[in-house]
Structure formats: structure tokens, C-alpha cells
Design a protein around this ligand. Structure first.
Ligand SMILES: CC(C)(COP(=O)(O)OP(=O)(O)OC[C@H]1O[C@@H](n2cnc3c(N)ncnc32)[C@H](O)[C@@H]1OP(=O)(O)O)[C@@H](O)C(=O)NCCC(=O)NCCS
Length: 344
């Protein structure tokens, strides 16, 4: 336990329901205050699953900051365990009515100290800001706070949203155009866990997303390739109340050369989130990115007509993927910055 300027910071006990909900309330309220309707908040049950169980590939934990017994600040950290062991991802949130009194700084100090104790040399934080603010986030709370603490903007993402359903004819025409450019590849779509015959290729391709997608100045190394981790993540996703929709492109010899996946959650009816999309380097230039995305969207619209809102994030420099998304009708709603600091 540490006490700074009356803020009492304690490690979060994820099995103490009242404290967990108070901690989540600070996070969710702070995100919604800054991002309004564009806020994409992890739901309490999703975070509870993540923090209660340490997966073999990542540890995550939280901290509460109390003033007079009330939780007003929240800290969170996730540390990869199999790769990127120099890295800690962290987040700090303060209730709107308690800001600019040093509470965020006090929480950050505790979380950074925990990162150091775990042997981490680089910390990163994902910070959102409204689209009305410029691309550097100058003047918005998160970016200003991060910069005041020695963090640099390492990668800028744009959050885009799409209202569903997209007209079937638009999707059919995009799919037909793309199909002409990839006659030797086949597409395969499914909901739920990855079929056994595809899981090795899936593990290989998806583990390269973090380093094959634009990474800006982020200090990242490739993730380990592991079928066990794929299965472990799937079990976690199911416990979180999420459902996955997936499409791959296969080469003539049956290799997984492109993929895309998106997720829905029982805790947010009507919403879906685009996760990864990647085409293997050697197989680029055949419009497989559009092909897998359109096929996946058709799968979602067939199986889940209740979903009306799809959210995605793309690096600002990823013009190709942005072109694909704009063609589908996605429109920008906010910025998301990856801030990074090398701990001294
Ligand atoms: C970012 C956040 C945690 C800051 O909490 P806080 O308690 O207000 O932070 P502090 O009072 O310790 O601020 C420290 C310094 O950061 C900078 N800062 C913080 N908020 C700022 C703002 N809105 N505008 C300009 N500078 C700001 C200032 O330099 C400030 O020092 P000062 O008040 O002496 O000028 C809070 O605004 C928040 O919860 N925002 C939404 C979540 C978020 O973006 N988190 C970022 C990390 S994941």
C-alpha cells in the first residue's frame, strides 16, 4: 500500500466484487467523459475474467486509488510473459471531478514502479481523444498527461465506425471485384473457435500481426507462435461472454495466408469490434484484405442481424487498410494513440 497526497493506492483484489466494480466504474466513467459516444469500454465482466486469471501468455492486474474511502483513481497493467518481456502496457484513469490534483500522477508512479519490479523497461499506454481535437491530441487530457510524464506518441490510430447492415449488393460487388484478383485462393468463414485443421496456420499468421501491421516507434518483438495460446485465448473469450467471427484466405496448398476476425459481446448488445486483419507478405497484391473483410462482414450480417455498430482501429499511416474500410463505409469518430516511455 502507498499513500501520496491523501490518495491511498492499493492493489486491486479482483475477487472482491464491490472493489472491482468501483475500480471499473472509475475507468468506464473517465473513458466516457473524454470520448463521449465514441468510447469503447471493456465491460466489467470482460475485465474481471482478464484480471482474475493469469493466462500463460500475459499477467494483468489493477490498483485502486481512494480518497476518504471512495475509489477515484484506477490503475491497470498487463505484462506479456512469453514474448515482449521488456514491455508493460498500462492505463491510469481519474474520475472527472477529481482531476488536476496530482492523483493521476500518484497512480502512474505506483504502476510504473510495479512495471520496474517485474523487470520491464518500456511502458506503453493506449490513450483516446475526440476527433474534434487534432491528430497529436494537444490539449486533450490523456495525451497531455502522458507527455507531462515523459511519454511520446509512438503510433497514431484512427477509430472508425460503420453502421450495419451494409447493403448486400455493395458487399457482393466488392467481393466480386476482389475475387477477380485472387482466383487461386479460397475463402473460409466460421464463427467460434478455429477449426483444428487451420489452427497451426492461424497461430502462425495471427502472431505476426503485432509486428507486421504498422508499429510506428513502438518497441515490439514478434509474438511466439503457439496453438496452446490460441486455445487459451479462445477459452478466455468464451468466459468473457464474447463471440468471434473469422475469415481466412487459403492458398492452393491450403496454407493460411490472410485472416480477419471480429468479436461481439453479450455485455454490449448491438456492437461488434473489428480485431485483426493481415495478409501474409508474400501474398499481398491480390485484394485478399478486402476479400476476407467483406466475407467476414457477410458472415456477421447473416448470423447476427442484431449487430448495428462495428468499431475498428487503423494506424493513420495504413492507407491501404483505411481504403478498404472507407469503401465499406467506415467513418472516423476518434483518435487512439499508443504512447511509449523507456523507464530510466
Ligand atoms: C489523464 C488522467 C489520468 C489525468 O489525471 P489527473 O489526476 O488529472 O492527472 P494529474 O493531476 O496528475 O496531471 C499531471 C499533469 O498532466 C498534465 N495534464 C493532465 N490533464 C491535463 C489536461 N486536461 N490538459 C492539459 N494538461 C493536462 C498536466 O501537466 C498536469 O500537471 P498540472 O495539473 O500541474 O498542470 C485523467 O484526465 C483521465 O482519467 N483521463 C482519461 C483516461 C486517460 O486518457 N488516461 C491516460 C493514460 S491511459
Amino acid at each position: 500500500m502507498s499513500t501520496t497526497e491523501a490518495l491511498v493506492v492499493e492493489e486491486l483484489d479482483p475477487f472482491d466484487d464491490d472493489t472491482f466494480e468501483a475500480w471499473h466504474h472509475v475507468y468506464a466513467t473517465a473513458e466516457r467523459h473524454d470520448l463521449d459516444a465514441a468510447a469503447s469500454v471493456w465491460q466489467v465482466e470482460e475485465l474481471r475474467v482478464m484480471v482474475q486469471r493469469t493466462a500463460s501468455h500475459a499477467w494483468s492486474g489493477g490498483w485502486t486509488g481512494r480518497l476518504d474511502g471512495e475509489v477515484v483513481a484506477a490503475g491497470w497493467m498487463r505484462t506479456p510473459l512469453l514474448d515482449n518481456t521488456q514491455l508493460a502496457e498500462l492505463a491510469v484513469h481519474v474520475l472527472p471531478g477529481h482531476r488536476r490534483r496530482g492523483l493521476g500522477s500518484a497512480m502512474l508512479e505506483v504502476v510504473e514502479a510495479a512495471a520496474r519490479r517485474r523487470g520491464r523497461r518500456t511502458t506503453t499506454g493506449l490513450v483516446g481523444w475526440p476527433s474534434t481535437v487534432g491528430p497529436t491530441g494537444e490539449g486533450a487530457s490523456g495525451p497531455s498527461f502522458a507527455r507531462a510524464h515523459g511519454y511520446d506518441l509512438a503510433l497514431t490510430d484512427v477509430q472508425r465506425e460503420l453502421r450495419l447492415p451494409v447493403d448486400d449488393e455493395v458487399l457482393a460487388s466488392l467481393a466480386d471485384d476482389a475475387a477477380r484478383a485472387h482466383p487461386t485462393y479460397t475463402l473460409h468463414s466460421w464463427s467460434g473457435p478455429v477449426p483444428d485443421d487451420l489452427v497451426e496456420g492461424w497461430a502462425e499468421l495471427t502472431s505476426s500481426l503485432a509486428t507486421e501491421a504498422p508499429t510506428g516507434e513502438l518497441d515490439l518483438e514478434p509474438e511466439v507462435v503457439s496453438v496452446d495460446v490460441v486455445r487459451e485465448r479462445e477459452a478466455g473469450i468464451a468466459r468473457q461472454g464474447r463471440a468471434k467471427y473469422n475469415t481466412v484466405a487459403l492458398s492452393e496448398s491450403g496454407e493460411v495466408v490472410a485472416y480477419t476476425d471480429l468479436a461481439t459481446t453479450v455485455h454490449e448488445p448491438g456492437r461488434a469490434y473489428q480485431w485483426g486483419t493481415l495478409v501474409r507478405r508474400a501474398d499481398r497484391g491480390h485484394r485478399l484484405g478486402v476479400a476476407v473483410k467483406v466475407a467476414n462482414l457477410r458472415l456477421l450480417q447473416r448470423e447476427r442481424p442484431d449487430i448495428v455498430r462495428l468499431t475498428t482501429y487503423n494506424a493513420e499511416v495504413n492507407t491501404h487498410m483505411i481504403g478498404v474500410n472507407e469503401a465499406l463505409g467506415f467513418r472516423p469518430v476518434a483518435w487512439l494513440g499508443d504512447f511509449q516511455k523507456r523507464l530510466g
